[in-house]
Design a protein around this ligand. Structure first.
Ligand code: HEM
Length: 338
């Protein structure tokens, strides 16, 4: 206990500029905790998966709240990730010597969609099942390796018991293990290279304070606040669970979720032989740009005005993504016959 009391770390964890990073850690911890609780009731077999989720949602004490925390936490995680990335971009946090902090952060970010894609199939409801079919058909359009990837993912030509088992193992074992590893690597680089100072003060003003109880109390307080808020939201707005999956109902058209509206719209624009442009080339190019940013922008200053060309390019891409999302929203949600 004395050693814990004497442990001192930088006081700036959880301050204004570090808030998003701290919130991300808390949301990931909440996703893991709620996921472990749900796994006690979940059964990864097509004939039983839906009933097990339905039972946990409506009959297990606090089951609805736990599923609500899991559901709303990943939605919030995507928003906070976006803000975290945006802030890092604006303050030039990818610049030397912190290139590896940026690259490991982008890798962490890419893991979240993989969790959502694998998690979506688990409740075995209509939306999850048919959204998975759309994603698998996009994957199969990748030249040379597409069909092989789909076979590897679902263990055959149909989405059945083997597919559900594979998605489940990816969701609760492989992806969490890799994500924890990447987060540790990200924190290692942050610890090694330090954190980018806000643009307003250039000098290092970091002071140290005791981890216990000062820092720990702050983290626990934030953890409690976020848990209560998400729990209340989950209690008031029950997490969605559609009708049980019906693989014979090929008339069912799944509505894309808000975070993929722009991707969905790209796939709609580039149809047929050109589908790969919208499904792989443009999204892959954007991810490539994110990774390459430390190489693309090697200018010495960090101030956005000095990097106006980059800011302009980022603004154009952001406006295009928002525009495509609005178009997707209008197509799928306003007056669409579902
Ligand atoms: C970044 C981390 C994670 C994300 C983004 C995520 C996302 C999802 C999503 C999108 C679903 C589908 C249902 C819904 O929309 O809420 C789901 C279901 C599920 N997740 Fe996760 N998850 C994460 C971590 C975990 C972990 C670590 C576990 C277990 C150790 C887990 C266990 C489960 C289980 C058992 C289900 C199916 C039960 C149900 O839907 O009620 N998840 N997850």
């Amino acid at each position: 206990m004395d050693r814990l009391r004497s442990l001192k770390i930088h006081d700036d964890t959880l301050n204004r500029t570090r808030f998003c990073g701290a919130l991300l850690v808390i949301l990931i911890v909440l996703l893991f905790l709620s996921g472990i609780f749900m796994a006690f009731y979940y059964s990864p077999v097509p004939g039983a998966a839906y009933d097990s989720v339905d039972f946990a949602l409506f009959n297990v004490p606090f089951g609805g709240i736990v599923k609500g925390v899991h559901h709303y936490a990943w939605n919030l995680l995507l928003i906070v990730l976006g803000i975290h990335l945006f802030r890092a971009f604006i303050v030039g946090a990818y610049k030397a010597p912190r290139q590896m902090v940026w690259i490991s952060g982008v890798l962490v970010m890419l893991f979240v969609p993989l969790f959502i894609i694998t998690g979506d199939l688990l409740p075995w409801d209509q939306k999850g099942y048919w959204s998975t079919q759309v994603r698998l058909s996009i994957i199969s359009s990748i030249p040379l390796v597409g069909d092989l990837l789909v076979r590897l993912l679902q263990g055959g030509s149909l989405t059945g018991v083997v597919a559900l088992t594979r998605f489940y193992i990816l969701h609760i074992l492989l992806l969490p293990g890799l994500l924890i590893f990447l987060i540790v690597v990200h924190f290692h680089f942050i610890d090694h290279y330090g954190i980018t100072e806000p643009l307003t003060h250039g000098t290092d003003q970091r002071v140290k304070t005791s981890f216990f109880p000062n820092i720990l109390n702050r983290w626990l307080f934030l953890f409690l606040i976020v848990s209560v808020i998400l729990g209340l939201i989950g209690w008031y707005w029950t997490a969605p669970l559609g009708d049980p999956a019906d693989p014979t109902d090929s008339f069912y058209v799944p509505r894309p979720e808000w975070w993929v509206l722009f991707l969905n719209q790209l796939v709609t624009i580039f149809k047929g032989n050109y589908m790969i442009v919208g499904s792989m080339i443009i999204p892959g190019g954007l991810i490539g740009l994110l990774f390459a940013l430390p190489v693309i922008d090697r200018s010495p200053g960090r101030h956005p005005i000095g990097r106006w060309k980059l800011m302009l390019a980022a603004a154009v891409i952001t406006v295009a993504m928002i525009g495509l999302s609005i178009m997707g929203y209008v197509d799928h949600f306003v007056g669409a016959a579902y």
